[in-house]
Design a protein around this ligand. Structure first.
Ligand code: DX5
Ligand code: ZN
Length: 221
């Protein structure tokens, strides 16, 4: 039986209390802590760099799932890995030489490599690297901000990708990021999502632990 993984996104956390909020997420059973890295170029927002990942690594034993929304991600792979990333994803739209970037991350065998796709990016080119990667991050909002509305066409995209993965007998996981909440979690899981990223539907709640439990339960009740 497939089991969903929950990855709370700290983008919606209180950065002044980040250590405390991440510890609550850990107590709530978070499988990963999702860390959104934005450069103000690829996306219209700026967040954090490797230094924050390094401090987070010291605050929690939950694997850090680092989502690079930056141009030229290849310049920063070493820094984010030595800071303590356990999963690292780059956007297909930012990589002219995606295969090379994937190989670079794969040269660190302890790190899971992911490729992220914007809502308007087709799966077409992804199939060429699918057997090289550990997971695909399907964006279900346009990246840049937390708290946006889920784009419903994402469901078809997940279904389609899941079929390709199954047909090719791969163990690639599907991560869905953006607008995930208790109202759509079950449908996402059924469509083929393995990892649900959730920012505002976890960290904007008074009870962070309960929000994680509720989201997990929503996938099977
Ligand atoms: C958006 C980020 C997401 C964001 C999701 O660009 O990649 O990880 O935190 O936030 P919610 O869950 O609030 O849509
Ligand atoms: Zn993200």
């Amino acid at each position: 039986m497939r089991k969903i993984k929950i990855a709370p996104s700290i983008l919606s956390a209180n950065f002044a209390k980040l250590g405390d909020e991440v510890r609550l997420a850990e107590e709530g059973g978070a499988d990963y802590i999702h860390v959104d890295v934005m450069d103000g170029h690829f996306v219209p927002n700026i967040t954090i760099g490797p230094q924050v990942v390094k401090f987070l690594r010291e605050e929690t034993s939950v694997p850090l799932d680092v989502h690079l929304m930056i141009e030229n991600p290849e310049f920063f792979i070493d820094d984010f890995i030595s800071a303590g990333s356990s999963l690292l994803s780059v956007h297909m739209e930012t990589c002219t030489h995606l295969h090379r970037v994937v190989q670079k991350i794969k040269s660190f065998p302890e790190v899971k490599v992911g490729v992220a796709l914007n809502p308007a990016t087709a799966l077409t080119n992804l199939v060429n690297v699918l057997d090289e990667i550990d997971f695909v991050l399907i964006m279900s909002v346009n990246p840049g901000f937390g708290g946006q509305k889920f784009i419903p066409q994402t469901i078809d995209k997940i279904n389609f990708l899941k079929n390709i993965i199954n047909e090719r007998n791969l163990s690639v996981e599907i991560e869905v990021d953006g607008g995930v909440n208790v109202g759509n979690a079950k449908e996402l899981f059924k469509a083929g999502a393995d990892i649900l990223v959730a920012g505002s539907s976890i960290f904007s709640k008074d009870d962070i632990k309960k929000a994680i439990v509720d989201l997990r339960n929503a996938t099977f009740v």
